[in-house]
Design a protein around this ligand. Structure first.
Ligand code: GLP
Length: 249
């Protein structure tokens, strides 16, 4: 696990964009695993800037997103499909037919989840998976639980997550109670993982991840099973980490 601590968001966005650019430059048909939430927004803005400057070409890039609220229509302005279109896809030359987000209106969610796994397999797997992290240690919508699902599945959101995500909705009552999310195994099957965490609200979860131990009460800790994980943090996000542990990373 590689941890890099930055003084500001701009440097995080640049470093993350460098990693994604490297993947695309090595393989113009790369498969990007993308995340929503406020954390990756500056990095997406930097990718848009590079596209506009003629430095990056997304014309043959493919993408799969981590998760989607359920039930929620793709054109709802709180859906993750809407988020991706507005933050990234509408501003670069990616072919939207090559972008995948779980279907928040799937009539048969179990079948839609199985089909999503097949899409990822048919694409040849994910070259780099971008992740944010919930304050409770969730990744995608893999919430803390006694047991975790390996593959894409329909899940219940925890009260913590509903409360945390209510800021984007008109009221807490409007937050969908379920989501479709890649499983921990889906995420771990990506060739590289890029986790971004900023702010004090993520400090406890990041301290657990960096402790190196595995616990389903912090799903992100399972990233310790992967051999190519880069974590980009600001100082606030590492404020609860054991300084002696930090020195060894
Ligand atoms: C949501 C998403 C996660 C994201 C998390 C953190 O619950 N499903 O993928 O990492 O929020 O969001 P933020 O970056 O806004 O703190």
């Amino acid at each position: 696990m590689r941890l890099i601590v930055f003084d500001n968001q701009k440097d995080i966005a640049n470093f993350g964009a460098d990693m994604i650019a490297e993947v695309i430059n090595n393989n113009p048909c790369a498969v990007l695993g993308l995340a929503t939430g406020s954390t990756p927004v500056p990095m997406y803005a930097e990718l848009v800037r590079r596209y506009e400057a003629g430095e990056l070409d997304f014309s043959t890039v493919r993408s799969v997103n981590l998760d989607e609220y359920y039930p929620l229509a793709p054109d709802n302005d709180q859906s993750y499909r809407y988020f991706m279109n507005h933050q990234l896809f509408d501003h670069i030359n990616i072919d939207k037919n090559n972008t995948n987000v779980p279907d928040g209106l799937a009539a048969d969610p179990a079948a839609a989840c199985a089909a999503y796994e097949e899409i990822i397999r048919d694409l040849g797997g994910i070259d780099i998976q971008v992740l944010g992290i919930g304050g409770n240690g969730h990744i995608g919508f893999n919430e803390p639980a006694e047991a975790l699902d390996p593959l894409t599945h329909l899940t219940d959101l925890t009260e913590d997550t509903i409360r945390a995500n209510a800021r984007f909705f008109e009221s807490e009552a409007d937050v969908p109670r379920h989501a479709l999310t890649m499983g921990i195994g889906t995420i771990l099957s990506a060739r590289r993982i890029l986790l971004i965490a900023t702010g004090e609200a993520k400090a406890k979860a990041i301290a657990t991840v960096l402790s190196g131990k595995l616990t389903t009460s912090c799903p992100a800790s399972l990233l310790n099973l992967h051999s190519d994980v880069t974590i980009l943090c600001d100082r606030a996000a590492v404020s609860l980490c054991d300084p002696s542990l930090l020195a060894t990373l």
